[in-house]
Design a protein around this ligand. Structure first.
Ligand SMILES: [Zn+2]
Length: 220
């Protein structure tokens, strides 16, 4: 049976997975998927947080509900009177993301930052899993089949380049046709840790099922 009240609050309460420290307007958005960021926002006394969108100062609070299996950490509006739709929790319709997917996004973000790039996980404007600013590059982690061609075109229409990081063994017909059937495109030479093969830029990832960590990316 459907609980309408819960459905209503889910749809109408803007929640975010990013926030910014109020007193550091230039800082990168903090992300619920980064344990270091979460430790920072949960530090006592709690630092004041606002929406990460430049110029928007809608106040946010960090909220943790460990009984929520899929979204235990979230940023909520501090006041019911002030709201915005920036950086809203996208919930892409494909169900909750897996821990593997989230871990990969964090790993890629840290690798790119270590290489000196400005990297943003779950980037609001491009919907990239990780957006690398200097290379205008969308890194997309894909562990299940998707519409690679269509989603690649959507990223390119926004003026960005895309590289897919694809689970090794994702070799169904549904997955393979779009990968190999698109036009030739390569990643920019400055892009971090990216090997281009076939037609849609992709990197194959051996992903372990037994609870061990995701292995490093290897060239396809
Ligand atoms: Zn905002």
């Amino acid at each position: 049976m459907c609980d309408n009240r819960d459905m209503e609050s889910f749809h109408h309460e803007p929640r975010k997975r990013h926030a910014r420290l109020r007193h550091q307007p230039q800082s990168a958005p903090l992300w619920v998927g980064d344990p270091d960021d979460w430790a920072l926002v949960r530090h006592e006394p709690r630092p004041p947080l606002v929406c990460p969108e430049p110029g928007c100062d809608v106040e946010l609070i960090s909220y943790e509900n460990l009984s929520n299996k899929y979204n235990p950490r979230i940023f909520k509006l501090k006041s019911v009177d002030r709201s915005c739709d920036h950086w809203s929790d996208r919930g892409q319709g494909g169900g909750p993301e897996t821990a593997q997917h989230e871990w990969m996004k964090l790993r890629l973000t840290r690798i790119a930052r270590k290489l000196g790039y400005t990297a943003t996980p779950e980037h609001a404007q491009t919907h990239a899993d990780v957006f690398v600013l200097e290379a205008s590059l969308c890194l997309e982690v894909q562990l299940v089949p998707t519409q690679f061609g269509k989603r690649t075109a959507a990223r390119r229409a926004k003026g960005t380049t895309v590289c897919w990081l694809i689970r090794e063994g994702l070799d169904t017909v549904r997955a393979e046709n779009p990968i190999h059937g698109s036009d030739q495109q390569s990643c920019p030479p400055g892009a971090p840790a990216v090997i281009v093969t076939h037609h849609v830029p992709e990197v194959r990832l051996p992903v372990d099922h037994a609870g061990r960590r995701v292995a490093p990316a290897v060239p396809a």
